[in-house]
Design a protein around this ligand. Structure first.
Ligand SMILES: Cc1cc2nc3c(=O)[nH]c(=O)nc-3n(C[C@H](O)[C@H](O)[C@H](O)COP(=O)(O)OP(=O)(O)OC[C@H]3O[C@@H](n4cnc5c(N)ncnc54)[C@H](O)[C@@H]3O)c2cc1C
Length: 461
């Protein structure tokens, strides 16, 4: 008797069962479906600069997300086979063992991820097994764009105008109710943080976000529960979007429901605009590829850096530049793995323009630290601020003090993250160098970097 056709669904950054074409299609096409997640140690390694590809907070969020997916699949009669190793070695082994007919996955966009898909494809091919690629990480389907990828405008406003006029967003796929698992799937447990190489004590701060589809959907719906949230201007959905615990299309269609609502309409349309930026950077990555990881970006514009850039970079990373708002953002990033768009723009701009440090170092640092790290969104935004990516004309110098005061008009944010300055009242905390000598003494800033900055500036004036 012929064994039933089994399709392996390779989960990567699509850790959900709602609006997940590969899972649904596998269920429709095969008698049996084997969902697999592979923890790839290359994802957790230390880089040449001593940072890690994935910081502990994102690793934790990922573990939570995979655990949640496993539970959800189990509730639907299936399971998630969790393995550790290189996918190009592990997946063919599983394919042989479970007599897999085909493997489905969502196509990624950045080089490291697509390179791994190619290795997997080649290894499977030797077993005469096809790796089928699906497109599922963007709000607009690539094939519905009004231009081929190579002709996508490098200026966002032009892209937006044409896409909104000529393209439509597809509906979501149905959520499967039952996963027909092959017989005798082996039991598999998730690795712990220490299995992935993190010290037990590496993450003892309370987490801001809990990973997983369940938490992501809950957060999405809670955005619209309390009327006072109508004033909210950002969604904080990015960690779940980055790992695909939430489908971007699902978020779009939920926002669309509220677009004419007097309380939430403004917020919903702002989120849709931001989702378009997310799409845009992904398409740009498809267009310009690896150039986004180079100092000269895709414009090829040469850059010059400060001679002491190593030292400056160290101060920036640890939040000891002497610029209160910048230090607050960096310390928040280090402590939580998450900062606002305003904060990210300010610290990136400061590193590039004020400290003249190589922007790719900053982008790599964000890659380690951010819970919501996503290659195209991170490197795309960094390259734009460095003036070597998109929207070169919009690469205006930002007025840091103005941004800081808009974001934190009473100074509470800076006081929270930079306790050395906690005694300075109100917005004065943003510019301690404007304090008089008596005030400096009264506020007891002495012996801090801020004291040094103040005296330097006082001597200079
Ligand atoms: C230097 C720098 C690095 C960044 N790195 C990342 C990153 O690694 N991952 C990431 O998701 N975002 C990144 N961003 C974009 C942005 O800061 C975050 O997406 C946003 O702050 C997340 O908060 P939110 O979910 O409340 O966003 P909202 O304002 O509610 O937006 C909704 C969603 O749209 C997407 N989005 C919003 N702004 C952008 C943007 N400028 N570019 C691309 N997508 C956007 C996110 O998925 C976000 O969740 C970066 C921005 C800068 C300036």
């Amino acid at each position: 008797m012929m064994s039933p056709k089994t399709i392996l669904v390779w989960f990567r950054n699509d850790l959900r069962i709602h609006d997940n074409e590969i899972l649904l299609e596998a269920i429709n096409k095969a008698e049996r479906v084997l969902p697999v997640y592979c923890f790839d140690d290359r994802q957790f390694r230390e880089t040449a600069t001593g940072s890690r590809k994935t910081g502990v907070k994102r690793a934790r969020f990922l573990l939570e997300s995979v655990a949640d997916l496993k539970q959800t699949l189990q509730k639907a009669g299936g399971d998630l086979l969790v393995v550790q190793g290189h996918p190009e070695i592990v997946l063919p082994e599983i394919a042989r063992k479970y007599e897999i007919a085909e493997v489905y996955h969502h196509r990624e966009v950045a080089h490291e991820e697509t390179h791994i898909s190619t290795l997997v494809e080649d290894a499977l091919w030797k077993l005469h097994i096809n790796l089928k690629h699906f497109i599922g990480h963007t709000m607009y389907h690539k094939e519905d764009l009004p231009f081929p990828i190579k002709d996508i405008p490098d200026v966002f406003a032009t892209f937006k105008k044409k896409v909104e006029r000529d393209s439509e967003i597809r509906p979501c796929f149905a959520t499967p109710q039952h996963i027909p698992l092959p017989d005798n799937v082996e039991e598999s447990a998730l690795p712990s943080l220490s299995d992935l190489g993190y010290p037990e004590t590496a993450d003892d701060n309370a987490a801001l976000f809990i990973g997983g589809e369940h938490e992501g959907l809950k957060h999405l719906h809670e955005l619209f529960i309390q009327p006072q949230l109508s004033k909210k201007v950002t969604s904080n959905l990015s960690p779940w979007l980055a790992l695909g615990c939430l489908s971007i299309r699902q978020v779009y269609w939920v926002m669309k429901e509220y677009i004419s609502n007097p309380d939430y309409g403004g917020f919903a349309s702002q989120v849709i605009l931001e989702l378009l930026w997310r799409d845009y950077y992904r398409f740009m990555f498809k267009k310009h590829g690896n150039k986004f990881f180079r100092e000269t970006g895709f414009t090829g514009k040469p850059l010059t850096f400060a001679e002491n850039q190593e030292l400056q970079f160290e101060k920036w990373k640890t939040g000891h530049t002497g610029m209160p708002f910048i230090d607050a953002v960096m310390r928040e990033l280090n402590a939580t793995g998450y900062v606002s768009f305003t904060g990210r723009t300010a610290v990136a701009s400061y590193l590039i323009k004020n400290l003249a440090v190589n922007w790719t170092w900053g982008a790599a640092y964000f890659e380690e630290k951010l819970i919501d790290y996503s290659p195209a969104s991170n490197w795309g935004n960094w390259a734009a601020i460095a003036g070597v990516g998109n929207n070169p004309k919009e690469n205006r110098d930002i007025n840091l003090q103005k941004e800081a005061l808009n974001y934190d008009p009473k100074g509470d944010y800076v006081r929270k993250w930079v306790p050395e300055l906690a005694c300075i009242p109100g917005a004065q905390v943003h510019q301690p160098w404007l304090l008089s000598e008596t005030e400096t003494e009264n506020y007891g800033i002495g012996n801090t970097i801020y004291d040094a900055v103040i005296s330097n500036l006082q001597t200079a004036t």
